[in-house]
Design a protein around this ligand. Structure first.
Ligand SMILES: Nc1ncnc2c1ncn2[C@@H]1O[C@H](COP(=O)(O)OP(=O)(O)O)[C@@H](O)[C@H]1O
Ligand SMILES: [Mg+2]
Length: 231
């Protein structure tokens, strides 16, 4: 594993976004989810993306993670021009991004271990996949719950499984979309502490959408968006 000394925050991916536009068709009209966004995030930084519901936080994360495709503009992550990728290169880029969602998005019929393992199944690795998945479950404090299914776990435990899954591909960039939005505040604090620790230990850039000021305050920088624009 590419573990770095604790406290090292100068690893991870550089992000450069320029003139990013995303439009959605809705009914007869068009909604602009991202409106000429320019954003630079240096390697290892932790940046909060804040704004009211519907302002475009998820859209921005989805575009950077290549879950959705931009209509205009450029996204560069390290030396990769994400907006120009397709096919296998796009799949490889996606497999190198960690994504944590508000609603966990675990597969309910699979065990915790198999959920963490799932992203590795389609790809060839030079390491033992099961050992990697086990190691990550242990890192998030669930080494004794490998066989549990999501329905047998609390919300906080499910989010820990989802975080282990996000890290299994050794991402240099972790995108977290309201990762504590479905959790009570004490559990949310535990999840935030875990994300911070893993960011340092694994050397990642962390971009986090949140509308909670207390979470944004922990980040080095806050980017506010409104109606798809940075304000
Ligand atoms: N797939 C979609 N189809 C149509 N409209 C969408 C879609 N995804 C997002 N939007 C719209 O884009 C805007 C930004 O949404 P979103 O990025 O989800 O905001 P946030 O995450 O800040 O709540 C909203 O008006 C939303 O309704
Ligand atoms: Mg959202």
């Amino acid at each position: 594993m590419s573990a770095l000394p604790r406290g090292s925050t100068r690893s991870g991916a550089n992000i450069r976004v320029t003139g990013l536009v995303k439009r959605f068709r809705s009914g007869g009209g068009t909604i602009v989810g991202a409106d000429q966004i320019d954003l630079t995030v240096p390697a290892g930084a932790t940046v909060a993306v804040t704004g009211p519901s519907g302002s475009g936080k998820s859209t921005l994360l989805h575009l950077i993670g290549a879950i959705e495709r931009a209509d205009e503009g450029r996204i560069e992550v390290d030396d990769i021009e994400v907006t120009g990728l397709s096919g296998r290169r796009l799949a490889r880029y996606r497999s190198g991004i960690g994504f944590v969602f508000q609603r966990f998005h675990l597969l309910p019929a699979l065990s915790a271990l198999d959920n963490v393992l799932a992203p590795l199944l389609p790809i060839r690795t030079g390491f033992d996949k099961v050992e990697r998945a086990r190691g990550l479950l242990a890192e998030v404090g669930l080494g004794d719950r490998e066989r549990a299914q999501p329905g047998q776990l609390s919300g906080g435990q499910q989010q820990r499984v989802a975080i282990a899954r996000a890290l299994v591909g050794q991402p240099r960039l972790l995108l977290a979309d309201e990762p504590t939005g479905n959790l009570d505040s004490a559990t949310g604090d535990e999840i935030m502490n875990l994300l911070w620790r893993l960011r340092d230990e694994h050397g990642m850039t962390l971009l986090m959408a949140t509308h909670e000021a207390s979470l944004a305050d922990r980040c080095e920088r806050t980017v506010r968006i409104h109606d798809g624009r940075i304000v």
